[in-house]
Design a protein around this ligand. Structure first.
Ligand code: SIN
Length: 497
């Protein structure tokens, strides 16, 4: 393997790098001082940093700080909040190379993808700056002639934002940008695998002017259950937003019941990617590459079940395999790499178990199918194409979350809609067709939160992101995103003379 080209020592803005939690404007260790955890580079397994494992008592301190800060932050004007959000976005752009390097080193995605994510993450800050100023209540006509009703929106209070490791910046800004725009104060819990990106965001947010206590960041890897439970059960937290697995989402919902928190849960997906006979082949192949291999197959909307109509099945498989064969695998810091390492060893195990299971049930591996050899200790996996997939296989029910693409064959539109909907989750989906009427019909019939027609990506700050069924509820981004952090109050006014 070529040597890693860059390390954290190459950061230009050293202020971005922190190895402590951030509570009430201070960089701190756990009050108990009991334990720490290491953040490692998944390309080399080299240690990047050692951070404090925060516990329940530390979470209480963070929540108390956010609760105290809310008393004054809620009185800021939308214009003031919008200015800080725009400044924060500008700072992301100014520091794009450093932020991308931190992300690539802790997550594994390529530098090009990391830069894309920094820009995407910053776009939520700009978007919510605008939303802050555009969000308002209404004057409601009322039957009683002596009364008027006015509604206005108010921030919920302290918002806990639990972000995943696959988008270490964009999921922070998508949640916390909305919360801060609404006038909420925040406690962030980034994933234990990728806290450095979130801590760098806290540095920039503070520089942008967000006041002490409005942003608090809790670092945790093995104490995550205790930290999550405290955030759910603490009565001073009024909103919790989580992106992660359906299993953990259900647990957080149970734990939040005692305090009746408002929740947004963006949970697991199992996205269908449907290629009809009338699709443009080149568009379909490129969209599949993006939908499956972006972030090494580790996006929540990754194409997991690829349904290809029989008339184009063989040609699609051939062209896709040609494309996949050209993908360079390596450390995200290396030039020309398309597929970086997986973030976890568990992901490698899961990919292998899905491939073995597919083979057992008749799947044909056209390319790949194994972890990469001779690339050191990192979690590298061969981009893999499997054909002759069928519904007996594990991949039908579970996301693989790796650069492994399996092709199912179908005959009719009705059949593929049934196949796609025969699933207990519904987040993203992709439909490849040149027939406009069909694209509408299928988009309406799919039980999902998002549909891409002839595109391989569903990422835009302007669009609401979220799912149905076991993929959870609530929407992030779009005009809906800010409302997740607001409550509507109505005021009755007596106008009788
Ligand atoms: C996700 O996978 O949750 C985020 C994907 C995106 O916003 O592009």
């Amino acid at each position: 393997m070529a040597p890693q080209q860059k390390t954290l020592k190459d950061l230009k803005n050293k202020k971005l790098l922190h190895d402590q939690s951030f509570i009430n404007g201070e960089w701190v260790n756990s009050a108990s001082g009991k334990s720490t955890f290491d953040v490692v580079d998944p390309a080399t397994l080299d240690k990047l940093a050692t951070l404090p494992e925060m516990d329940k008592e530390d979470v209480k301190l963070a929540v108390n700080a956010a609760h105290e800060a809310f008393k004054t932050y809620k009185k800021t004007t939308a214009r003031q909040r919008a200015r800080m959000l725009r400044k924060w976005s500008d700072l992301c752009h100014e520091n794009v190379d450093d932020l991308a390097l931190i992300m690539t080193l802790e997550n594994g995605k390529t530098l090009a993808e990391s830069k894309g994510e920094v820009i995407y993450g910053a776009s939520f800050l700009e978007w919510f700056a605008t939303q802050a100023e555009m969000t308002h209540g209404e004057v409601v006509p009322v039957a009683n002639p002596n009364q008027r009703i006015v509604t206005f929106k108010q921030p919920l209070g302290v918002a806990a934002c639990l972000a995943p490791w696959n988008f270490p910046i964009a999921m922070i800004t998508r949640k916390c940008g909305a919360a801060l725009a609404a006038g909420c104060t925040t406690v962030w819990k980034p994933a234990g695998e990728t806290p450095l990106s979130a801590l760098a965001q806290a540095v920039l947010a503070e520089e942008a002017g967000f006041p002490k206590g409005s942003i608090n960041v809790i670092t945790s890897l093995t104490t995550v259950a205790e930290v999550g439970q405290e955030l759910c059960e603490n009565p001073k937290v009024h909103k919790l937003s989580f992106t992660g697995s359906t299993r953990v989402g259900k647990l957080l919902m149970q734990q939040s019941a005692s305090t009746l928190k408002k929740l947004s849960l963006e949970l697991g997906g199992n996205s269908p990617f449907i290629v009809f006979n009338d699709a443009k082949m080149e568009t379909a192949v490129e969209a599949a590459v993006l939908a499956k291999f972006r972030n090494s197959g580790q996006t929540c909307v990754t194409a997991n079940r690829i349904f290809v109509q029989s008339g184009v099945y063989d040609e699609f498989a051939k062209q896709l395999t040609e494309r996949v064969k050209k993908m360079k695998v390596g450390a995200g810091t290396e030039e020309g790499v398309f597929v970086g390492p997986l973030t976890h060893d568990r992901a490698v195990e899961k990919a292998m178990s899905h491939i073995n299971d597919a083979k057992k049930h008749g799947g044909q591996v056209l390319f790949g199918g194994e972890p990469m050899e001779g690339m050191g200790k990192g979690y590298f996996f061969q981009p893999t194409v499997i054909t002759e997939m069928n519904t007996k296989m594990l991949t039908t029910r579970e996301e693989t979350f790796a650069p492994v693409i399996g092709l199912y064959r179908f005959e009719t539109e009705d059949e593929v809609i049934d196949l796609a909907n025969d699933c207990d989750v519904g987040l993203g989906s992709f439909v490849m067709t040149e027939n406009m009427a069909r694209s509408w019909r299928v988009a309406e019939a799919l039980e999902v939160g998002m549909v891409g027609i002839n595109v391989g990506m569903l990422s835009a700050c302007e669009s609401p992101f979220g799912g149905v069924k076991g993929s959870g509820f609530g929407r992030e981004g779009g005009t809906q995103g800010i409302n997740e952090y607001l409550t509507v109050k109505s005021m009755f006014i007596n106008v009788a003379s």
